[in-house]
Ligand binder design. Structure first.
Ligand SMILES: NC(=O)c1ccc[n+]([C@@H]2O[C@H](COP(=O)([O-])OP(=O)(O)OC[C@H]3O[C@@H](n4cnc5c(N)ncnc54)[C@H](OP(=O)(O)O)[C@@H]3O)[C@@H](O)[C@H]2O)c1
Ligand SMILES: O=C(O)C(=O)[C@@H](O)[C@H](O)[C@H](O)CO
Length: 275
């Protein structure tokens, strides 16, 4: 069983550095994928109301035979539920579907700036945390101006910001801002949703280390200090993606991966995305 280190958050809690993402995994498939992941040693699951698989996720956790405090559960508030009262209702609904009375981490999924509701939404998150129904609260797809507004207009600093991040989009400025404000960086689409798996430079490093392209990319995230949540529904890939704590990328390897910085996104730009 791989020994996944924990990342300590600014509220004193700890999140496993490598977890399991379940976007685009249907509710009737997610149970088998999560069971394979838990057997392989994952202890953190990343879902969202928008993924429409919280029910299957909660069932897999309940049937895992593991104690509740052995599994770190993250879910997210979808954009159309932003606002103080609607957030509290949406959170109740997520807990109901998950079959839990507490999540470890609750995230605002996108800032959706044109809606201009994320500050009120964050105040509802502060209440949810104060009531002990979420151990930690954080955000996703927030940029520096969005984070600064929370600092200026609310009380609790997010523990974590989950953003698109991979060697094509290394987010160096945002990571530096996070470090300055003790906000953990969590990488979504850490494999660029698969787009970087056929990259020749990555393949070269995979050959050098006798590892897969996916393992090289995930090791890169680990060495940058990112929390990372690869997704797969393929059992052998699920098992392989956590086997990244038994090798090290050297300075030359990191320079090769730094050369892949194109700024290219696989997902929407948070400044424009108001879905
Ligand atoms: N907060 C947000 O806005 C946001 C946005 C996107 C994603 N996320 C989170 O981040 C998680 C991960 O991102 P993602 O799902 O976009 O993409 P990803 O983890 O970067 O890549 C997943 C894709 O790569 C394939 N894959 C995984 N491991 C592989 C391996 N070892 N070899 C070859 N192919 C492999 C998967 O195929 P198979 O499944 O067919 O094996 C799938 O097509 C999501 O599941 C979700 O939890 C959050
Ligand atoms: O996976 C997530 O967490 C997402 O938020 C994404 O699915 C976006 O909704 C999608 O990329 C919008 O096109």
């Amino acid at each position: 069983m791989p020994n996944v280190p924990g990342v300590t958050l600014n509220d004193g809690t700890t999140i496993p550095q490598l977890g399991f993402g379940v976007w685009q995994v249907p509710d009737d498939v997610v149970g088998a994928a999560i069971s394979t992941a838990l057997e392989a040693g994952y202890r953190s699951i990343d879902t969202a109301a928008a993924y429409r698989n919280e029910t299957g996720t909660g069932k897999a956790i309940a049937e895992s035979g593991l104690a509740r405090d052995e599994i770190y559960v993250t879910t997210k508030l979808w954009n159309t539920d932003q606002g103080y009262d609607s957030t509290l209702r949406a959170f109740d609904a997520s807990l109901e579907r998950l079959g839990l009375d507490q999540v470890d981490l609750y995230l605002i999924h996108w800032p959706t700036p044109s809606r201009d509701a994320y500050v009120d939404t964050w105040r509802a998150f502060e209440k949810i945390r104060a009531d002990g129904r979420a151990r930690s609260i954080g955000v996703s797809n927030f940029h520096v101006p969005h984070l600064r507004r929370l600092f200026q207009e609310t009380d609790v600093v997010p523990v974590l910001n989950q953003v698109e991040l991979h060697p094509n989009l290394p987010q160096a400025e945002l990571r530096a801002f996070h470090a300055e404000h003790r906000i953990a960086t969590e990488a979504w689409s850490p494999l660029a949703s698969g787009a970087l798996l056929s990259d020749a430079a990555v393949a070269g490093l995979a050959d050098k280390h006798g590892k897969s392209a996916a393992q090289v990319l995930l090791r890169w995230h680990v060495q940058l200090g990112n929390v990372v949540i690869p997704k797969s529904v393929t059992p052998e890939r699920i098992r392989a993606n956590i086997e990244v704590f038994d090798f090290e990328l050297d300075a030359d390897d990191l320079a090769v991966l730094a050369g892949l910085d194109t700024g290219q996104r696989v997902g929407p730009n948070p400044e424009q995305f108001n879905g």
